[in-house]
Structure formats: C-alpha cells, structure tokens
Design a protein around this ligand. Sequence first.
Ligand SMILES: [Zn+2]
Length: 244
Amino acid sequence: MYQQIVILTGAGISAESGLRTFRDQDGLWEEHKIEEVATPEGYEKNPQLVEQFYNERWQQFHNGCIEPNAGHDALAKLEREFEGKLLVVTQNIDDLHERAGSKRLLHMHGELSKGRCPRSRQTFLLREPFGPDHTCTCCIPAQRLRPHVVWFGEMPIGLDRIQHALDSCDLFIAIGTSGTVYPAAGFVDTANHHGAQTVDINLMPADRHSQFQYHLQGKASELLPKLVEQILQGKVINDQMLVG
Ligand SMILES: [Zn+2]
C-alpha cells in the first residue's frame, strides 16, 4: 500500500474536456505571440491585450460546455478515499480539478479565476473577466490586479512544497504532460531518485528518453478510473496490472 502519492497533471487532461491547449498543434501559441501575451514585458507594454487573451480563455471555461471528465473525477475520488498523503500538482490554469472536488491541489502555473496584487502578491478570486476596475484591497493606493498566471521567465508557484512532497513520495504519476518543460519535466527524476514508482499516462507513445518506469498510452479519462481503483484496493503497480 502506498503512503504518499504525488500526481502531476498537464494539458492532456483538460483537452479531454474540450479545452484548447497552448502547446499542441493548433494550440493557442500558434495564434498568439507568447512574448506579447505571456511575459511580464508584454504585460507592461500592453496590459489590455494580455487581459483580453486571458478573458478569452475565461469565456471558454465559463461557456457551460466544459466539464470535468472521468479523469478529474477519478483523482477527486482518490483524494477522498486514499488513506495516505496525496498532492495533485497541476500545470493547468483552469479549475476543472476543483470542480471535480479536488482540494489538495497546487496550481504551479497559477489560476485563471484569480487576479494578483503585483505589490503584495495576495490573490483575489474573480467573478467576472478582467478589466481595469479590478484592483486589490491590500494596498493604498489600490493596485491594478494582474492575471494570477505564471508567465514565461517567471518562477512556477509552490516549488518548495512540490519538492518536499516528491522527496518522500512512493508513487508519482504524470498525466497528459509533454514532459519537456522544466522544472516539471524533472519531477520524475526526483521521484526515481527517492525510490518511488513512476507512471506516465499519455496519449502519445513513450519517449525513448523517458525516465518513467511505467508508461500507459491512452486517455486519462479511461485509464485513470481503473488505476485509481487498483490503488484504492491496496495494489502496487506492476506490469501485469497495467495490461488490459
Ligand atoms: Zn495590494
């Protein structure tokens, strides 16, 4: 039976709910200039353009068609029923994990539904898309909130906490991540180093340089519910159990 599980989720699990991804083919970065909409310098130059970009993402999340899928549900169930420690780290800025019921969750790239005071770094839940009227309540004079999103060139959120969890986990599962963007791409090495089992769930076949011990090719919404059942039954992952 596992004592501590760390899970990393990426764009793949959100894509299965119908959200457009940033990096894939036809991804958002093909239509938008990263340096204009996802860097501190771009925001300084044209905050309206950046806000508009994230507001379009916001509209997509709140149009009523995007719902958590069976993969998100399975992780929420794992959190409810697993007796050991669990941390879900997500690279996604959507709130699909929360909507499925996950609470022990860390958004390492921020959250679209929050704005942040640039001075105090306090975050504020937003109930409507971004605009110049969104200001903090922590400073005098009030500061214009910036999107609570980690931009290129900025440090991801919560790395100390993630590192700490990885140092003592015995199972690390990465779901729907490209495995090419650091520091997240290095999490598997840390987990391996500390003797954890490491599992990668991805639509794509395993990369030949993959450091994961196990690779499951397929949809998170189909594979995760089965995997979570096995973990909750106290089974340890092995080659047999991953077949079929
Ligand atoms: Zn403030």
